[in-house]
Write a protein that binds this ligand. Structure first.
Ligand code: PLP
Length: 474
């Protein structure tokens, strides 16, 4: 026996065939031999032990070894020489070993957001104990309906609770049957893009606007037409030709203005005349600190406007829950669109969220967060006015989770991207307003998120920012 034969025999002897595995033993043996040959551990021309001996070495039946050897003979990995036994085929080209995959870093816990990261709610304020009680109640002894095949539109009591919330908080009166639960606004945009439009259709979006929404439309093959915004919000171009429009009328993202009634009516009028859809992204309007919000666009037209909501800012982005309020005519098309991908929103949090809303604790949480975020905005505004009066001028803002600041006289000649980079080096997140425009050529400004941070953290970050900015631009 030459050394290659000895090595092969030793390797075969050490083969771990798993009798408990679902794959039959002959299949496991075939695969193991195939891998030995492909990896070069069984070199071309090496003689294999006789089937009887192989069976003995591996403690399997002779039939098992014969089946495996026959299969590999048929595939061309082995060859027989009359009267001399079975060999690894001689003319197999040598396969270079595949390149070793690049090492993958072990996932680490996400780094907590630092001031002034915009958009995220304060998760330290999440009502953990109350939420745990609702989850426990729903799932410790689940109602039989929870274990049945779920309705792709979501848990019916949650749909009813969302309808009741919208009636109370947003003056939008629609039955729960018209509410579709999704895994967030982004999934809602994807579903609407497929159900309402065809690839190549043109859709109007605000510029600047929400990037993930634009990506969802692009993925669906839609042609995006950008609408400019002025101090009142989106400007519908004269003679606009599009199959739909997506707007943030309650609070433009990221600039914060409210679309006035005249523009809302013009938008609805255009949609009716041209048979287009209006998609209303109402992502955080519950956080309004002064004045009453305008009712949503959807309240002006139940058949043309699709209202899109999300729990990402109101409760937590980790929930991955959002919803749409659909016109009646769209219930069937959206069910069909959902059937293609299957529902992505998990059922697990839905009954807990339903009872959290029904009990009134959600409304209490929202009122508490509204008070807290309003105070945080005032803290940030005052700290900026004290420490950086010539550098950052905060625009008035009755709502939302971030402040928009214009550069003051000391920063007038400095690009907002440069200010953001200086802040980043000092451990502070500032978003440059110009970067929200597609080519980065928007007006100058800085976006400062405040909702997710304690007043002390906001004040400390302003002082740090004042140090680095005044050192460079006194
Ligand atoms: C403009 C806008 N719309 C919608 C959302 C919500 O998106 P999602 O529900 O996918 O988290 C956000 C961010 O949270 C947003 O900024």
């Amino acid at each position: 026996m030459n050394s290659e034969q000895t090595n092969l025999q030793a390797a075969l002897f050490g083969l771990g065939l798993d009798r408990a595995a679902p794959a039959p033993l002959h299949q496991q043996l075939t695969e193991a031999l195939r891998q030995m040959i492909l990896s070069g551990r069984a070199a071309p021309g090496t003689r294999l032990p006789a089937s009887r001996q192989l069976a003995r070495d591996l403690s399997v039946s002779r039939q098992t070894t014969l089946t495996a050897l026959d299969q590999l003979l048929a595939e061309g990995y082995l060859e027989t020489r009359p009267g001399a036994g079975t060999y690894v085929a001689r003319d197999l080209p040598h396969l270079a070993p595949p390149p070793a995959p690049a090492p993958i870093a072990t996932p680490t816990a996400p780094i907590p957001a630092r001031p002034f990261h915009p958009g995220a709610p304060d998760m330290a304020q999440f009502p953990h104990a109350v939420w745990a009680r609702h989850l426990d109640r729903a799932w410790r002894r689940p109602a039989p309906e929870l274990l049945a095949l779920p309705d792709p539109f979501g848990w019916p009591p949650l749909r009813a609770a969302i309808a009741a919330h919208l009636a109370a908080w947003r003056g939008l009166d629609r039955p729960g049957a018209q509410v579709m639960i999704t895994s967030g606004a982004t999934e809602t945009f994807e579903l609407l893009a497929r159900a309402l439009f065809r690839p190549g259709d043109s859709v109007l979006v605000e510029s600047p606007g929400y990037g993930p929404m634009r990506s969802a439309l692009t993925r669906a093959g839609l042609a995006i037409t950008r609408m400019a915004v002025d101090d009142d919000g989106a400007i519908l171009p004269d003679g606009a030709r599009a199959r739909g429009v997506i707007v943030t009328p309650s609070r433009h993202y990221p600039m914060g203005m409210t679309l006035p009634l005249a523009r809302r009516l013009a938008l609805i009028d255009w949609a009716r005349r041209t048979n287009a859809w209006v998609i209303e992204d109402d992502y955080d309007s519950e956080f309004r600190y002064t004045g009453a919000p305008l009712p949503p666009l959807a309240a002006l037209d139940a058949e043309r406007v699709i209202y899109v909501g999300s729990f990402s800012k109101l409760l937590s982005p980790a929930l991955r829950l959002g919803y749409a309020v659909l016109p009646q005519a769209l219930l069937a098309p959206l069910r069909a669109a959902l059937a293609e991908t299957g529902p992505r929103a998990s059922l697990i949090p839905q009954p807990a969220l339903a009872s959290f809303m029904e009990s009134g604790e959600f409304a209490t949480h929202l009122r508490r967060m509204r008070r807290l975020y309003g105070q945080r905005q005032a803290v940030l505004r005052a700290a900026l006015a004290r420490a950086l009066p010539d550098h950052l001028i905060a625009a008035p803002d009755p709502a939302g989770m971030h402040l928009l600041c214009r550069p003051g006289p000391a920063l007038e000649q400095v690009p907002d991207t440069e200010i953001a980079a200086i802040a980043r080096d000092a451990g502070i997140t500032l978003r440059a307003l110009s970067a929200y425009w597609p080519d980065g050529d928007g007006p100058q400004g800085l976006v400062l998120g405040y909702a997710g941070f304690e007043p002390e953290a906001l004040e400390a970050a302003v002082l740090r920012l004042a140090d680095v900015l005044k050192a460079r631009y006194p």
